[in-house]
Design a protein around this ligand. Structure first.
Ligand code: GLA
Length: 371
């Protein structure tokens, strides 16, 4: 009998000591939407110590930690603690933007001889997919555990949703890589010709999300041309050389240096809110931007397959909305580097095309890597 008990004890101890590998992606509750549906939050971690939190509401990155020069990890993206806060007061913080990121003039375009009218939600134009873009919908989430954890998000944007033609099946996959990089893969297919321009709208402050204005950050953009805009921020069609202007970031420069210049384009954007275009408009993954914060020593590189990047210096931020945890984000306390196709491409034939036809696969990749 004694031997029998001893045997059972041995088996139980062995079973318990057999360590379960720690998961690199965990799910928790993120709150409830007005229609009663629940939002989830996924926490992705890597061995280096980086942690990225993403909710399936808008596919939004709510928090992201990165190391300073002493290895101290701190949250470097602007965001909130509950889904209710996002619904109540977020200017696209960390969200997936679609079906068409950036502006479409008059919210109107013609495809295959039909004209489509989108909701106007930015003066006379349509911005970031309309009144209820991809940033305001619940995505289907599939977590994939591993050394480089992934969150795969899918969404079916129905034919006619926000005025766009075609059922669009979208997949966005976030991968937290070992080398402290977050890779975002975008994919889409349609059953009717449509336009697509997907991006992520993370607001960064490399000194920490509550560290104040981002004007001392130092930025490099590997682009020698940008798109000048009209007063309502629609590209004029010109690809203007940055040389000799405040738009020249080909060499590392403080964001604050030219942000207050008496330049018509700066006046229209109320600061930087423009699209820089790359010489290589192909689909290879290439480094396009680098930004550092001299105080903390944090530095980030952006790589993309996209032909352009919108650099927005937080000019419309007011700090008016205070989230549940008292989180508010005043004027210019975050900046965005939104990789994308050019704004208003559906109306500008000289720009790289954003149309997607049945049978084609829309595919782009962007990587934000901390150095
Ligand atoms: C983009 C636009 C800006 C502004 C922000 C959100 O970056 O280009 O003009 O609308 O989104 O506030």
């Amino acid at each position: 009998m004694k031997t029998y008990y001893w045997l059972i004890l041995c088996i139980m101890t062995a079973a318990c000591s057999k360590e379960k590998p720690a998961s690199n992606i965990l799910k928790s509750d993120f709150g409830v939407l007005a229609d009663g549906s629940k939002a989830d939050l996924y926490t992705l971690t890597n061995a280096a110590g980086m942690e990225v939190k993403i909710t399936n509401y808008g596919g939004t990155i709510t928090s992201w930690t990165a190391p300073d020069r002493n290895g101290k990890y701190e949250n470097i993206t602007l965001g909130y603690e509950t889904v209710e806060d996002y619904v109540a007061g977020s200017p696209y913080f960390g969200a997936i933007i679609g079906r068409y990121g950036n502006r479409i003039a008059g919210g109107k375009f013609t495809l295959a001889d039909s004209t489509w009218q989108l909701p106007l939600n930015d003066g006379p134009n349509s911005l970031h997919g309309g009144e209820k873009g991809f940033d305001k919908v619940l995505w289907e989430a599939t977590p994939v555990d591993g050394e480089e954890p992934q969150l795969k998000l899918t969404y079916l944007s129905k034919d006619g949703e926000q005025g766009y033609p075609g059922n669009l099946n979208v997949t966005v996959t976030y991968t937290l890589q070992k080398d402290n990089a977050l890779k975002i893969d975008y994919e889409a297919t349609t059953d009717k010709e449509t336009v697509v321009n997907l991006t992520n709208h993370a607001y960064f402050n490399l000194a920490g999300r509550k560290a104040g204005p981002i004007t001392d950050h130092v930025l490099t953009l590997h682009a020698d041309r940008y798109l000048p805009v009209s007063e309502t921020l629609i590209p004029t069609g010109e690809r203007r050389a940055v040389a000799g202007t405040v738009f020249d970031f080909t060499k590392a420069k403080r964001i604050g240096e030219g942000i207050g210049a008496s330049d018509e384009q700066i006046r229209f954007g109320k600061g930087y809110d423009h699209c820089w275009v790359f010489t290589d408009s192909g689909t290879t993954l290439k480094p396009v931007a680098r930004v550092s914060d001299p105080k903390s020593g944090r530095e980030m590189e952006v790589l993309t397959t996209e032909p352009a990047i919108q650099f927005y210096s937080g000019n419309f931020m007011t700090g008016e909305y205070k989230g549940k945890g008292g989180l508010s984000y005043p004027y210019r306390t975050g900046f965005c580097l939104e990789t994308q196709h050019y704004p208003d491409s559906p109306n500008q034939p000289s720009f790289p095309s954003t149309s997607l036809k049945p049978g084609e696969i829309y595919k782009t990749t962007t990587v934000y890597r901390f150095l």
